[in-house]
Design a protein. Structure first.
Length: 307
């Protein structure tokens, strides 16, 4: 394998016509340049320069190698320019993982701001369940992922570096004509006699409902198991029951339902952005993290004091 630095040095000597002149341009001593050229000649097994009384001229082999060296030098300069563009966020890409409720509420705001500030950075997003998102992070398929957890089942912090974005409060969803629809807040204890609509039994919000009702001293009566939050809202809107949901899940609200705070009588979930601890983050990923934190701060304030 030929040494690229020696090739470039050969081209510089040929361009300047002397070892001394080339040494001055690259801040080497003439003896250091001569030593490197002798090593290059040993590598290729033939002379590359003819030493004259006043300078040097290339042999045929030297001219061939110098031509290649100029192309290599141009490619290296192009690579440095490309890296500078990536570092300066003038080009590049960022891959993000998300989950549906944040993917339809917080993340669009993040993407809009990021694209406005860095229109030449390509953004790709994958939405999935929590276990798959962590797998994609581990495999490097995404550089950043939005994740969530509850206080009784925290995310692992050994493999992933977690940055808190917001506390997503649990809220009550009722029909527009429900007895508490006009209230700003209600406690879980006041809802003991209600019929409930909940996600499938293995969904985290089902555990939130179970824990909240147990803490309030009653067992919930389930009227309907919904497949997603849109379906749950639809059933709530026609009075089949009431439901608990993360606040982000009702960002796109059915017009026939109302959202009421339950305060601290139901647990909130933590929304974080995660990255693999051993991953060297690209400039675009660092900038995306900054934008996520900034947008999340504004989003938190939109919850208001009653959330």
């Amino acid at each position: 394998m030929l040494d690229v630095r020696r090739l470039v040095l050969l081209a510089k000597v040929i361009e300047t016509g002397s070892v001394t002149a080339a040494a001055g341009e690259v801040n080497y001593t003439p003896s250091a340049v001569s030593q490197q050229l002798r090593r290059l000649e040993a590598e290729v097994g033939q002379p590359l320069l003819q030493r004259l009384a006043r300078g040097v001229v290339p042999t045929e082999a030297g001219e061939v190698l110098a031509a290649h060296a100029r192309r290599v030098e141009a490619q290296l300069a192009a690579a440095e320019a490309d890296l500078a563009e990536v570092a300066g966020l003038r080009r590049g890409s960022v891959a993000i993982g998300t989950f549906p409720t944040v993917g339809s509420s917080l993340l669009p705001l993040v993407v809009r701001q990021f694209k406005a500030e860095h229109p030449r950075i390509r953004i790709s997003v994958q939405s999935a369940r929590l276990d798959l998102l962590m797998d994609m992070l581990s495999r490097g398929e995404v550089g950043l992922s939005l994740l969530w957890d509850y206080e009784w089942n925290r995310l692992p912090g050994d493999e992933f570096e977690l940055t808190d974005l917001l506390e997503d409060p649990t809220v009550l969803v009722v029909s527009a004509d429900h007895r508490v629809a006009a209230r700003s807040t209600v406690t879980m204890a006041e809802l003991a006699g209600e019929e409930w609509i909940v996600r499938e039994s293995d969904h985290p919000v089902a555990e939130v409902l179970e824990r909240s009702c147990r803490a309030a001293g009653f067992k919930p009566r389930i009227a309907f198991h919904a497949n997603d939050y849109q379906e749950a809202q639809a059933m709530v809107s026609v009075g089949l029951g009431i439901a608990l949901a993360p606040r982000t899940a009702v960002a796109n609200r059915n017009p026939e339902v109302r959202v009421v705070s339950v305060g601290s009588t139901a647990p909130s979930r933590r929304v974080v952005v995660a990255r693999r601890r051993d991953r060297v983050s690209a400039p675009s990923e660092k900038e995306m993290l900054r934008v996520m934190r900034e947008v999340a701060a504004d989003y938190r304030r939109s919850f208001g004091p009653s959330a």
